[in-house]
Write a protein that binds this ligand. Structure first.
Ligand code: BGC
Length: 249
């Protein structure tokens, strides 16, 4: 079965039909830049462009880079326009896509669900935490494979700052940090999360997962196993489609 997955991020809106049996993209993904400011209208237009590129007319699963409750309502908007707060995202996208059935889920939760089923978390029991490093830091916490949704660990305080303002990959770029200096910040952050949750496994997702060899060797003193995400930057798209499949049966 195929469902369309769209991953809405701070820098790009990416999507593709997803083969749910294989947990992989069925076609090469298409990406448009996230508009700035990333308002509901502007983002909905971007999503429509991605879907129209494929002429898709079936169910669509979307991620959103903020808290999403009840499968529909946006509650936070750290890295997109604040006018998203309290928006009924499912209604907005459904209407803009001409009535296609849509579902909306937090981006890191989607990536986590995909990694637990098809990637680095397959078959893993106990507490597993996926952290995505991108424009912000997203988190997905699993206990024996079951997701605790909307955990928002990127907003934990670290040395008097929000962690994502110190250790996201956007901060690495903006501040011109080399891998070693950025890794030191990530290490501090992981130590903090480990102190709170004692997970068995950390999965590192987001664009940086492709460059794991550049930063994992610098991260020391963490008891949990640390592995890069296997679906890399497609985990959000795959997880969005998995979420839609669940909702639309
Ligand atoms: C948001 C999270 C999101 C993460 C990654 C954070 O700023 O609050 O909901 O998962 O960024 O996009």
């Amino acid at each position: 079965m195929q469902i369309f997955g769209v991953d809405i991020g701070g820098s790009g809106i990416k999507g593709a039909p997803v083969d749910l049996d294989r947990g992989d993209l069925a076609q090469e993904r298409h990406k448009v830049l996230t508009p700035h400011p990333a308002t509901p209208d502007g983002v909905a237009d971007g999503v429509k462009q991605v879907i129209d590129h494929f002429g898709w007319t079936g169910p669509v699963g979307l991620t959103f880079p903020g808290v999403v409750t009840g499968g529909s309502t946006v509650r936070t908007a750290a890295n997109v326009d604040k006018s998203w707060i309290d928006t009924d995202a499912r209604a907005l996208f459904g209407e803009r896509l001409g009535g296609l059935p849509v579902t909306v889920v937090n981006d890191a939760d989607a990536a986590g669900v995909a990694e637990m089923r098809f990637g680095a978390g397959r078959g893993r029991k106990g507490t597993v935490i996926l952290l995505t490093f991108g424009t912000g830091i997203g988190s997905a916490v699993f206990v024996d494979g079951v997701l605790v949704p909307n955990t928002e660990l990127g907003h934990l305080e670290l040395n008097g700052h929000e962690a994502e303002k110190r250790a996201s990959s956007k901060v690495k770029e903006d501040q011109g940090l080399n891998w070693e200096r950025w890794s030191r910040r990530v290490q501090k952050y992981l130590a903090h999360v480990e102190m709170l949750f004692s997970p068995e496994l950390f999965i590192i997702g987001g664009g940086v997962s492709r460059k794991a060899h550049k930063f994992l060797p610098h991260i020391k003193g963490i008891k949990a196993e640390i592995v890069p995400a296997q679906l890399q930057n497609n985990a959000g798209i795959v997880g969005a489609a998995m979420h839609a499949a669940e909702q639309h049966g």
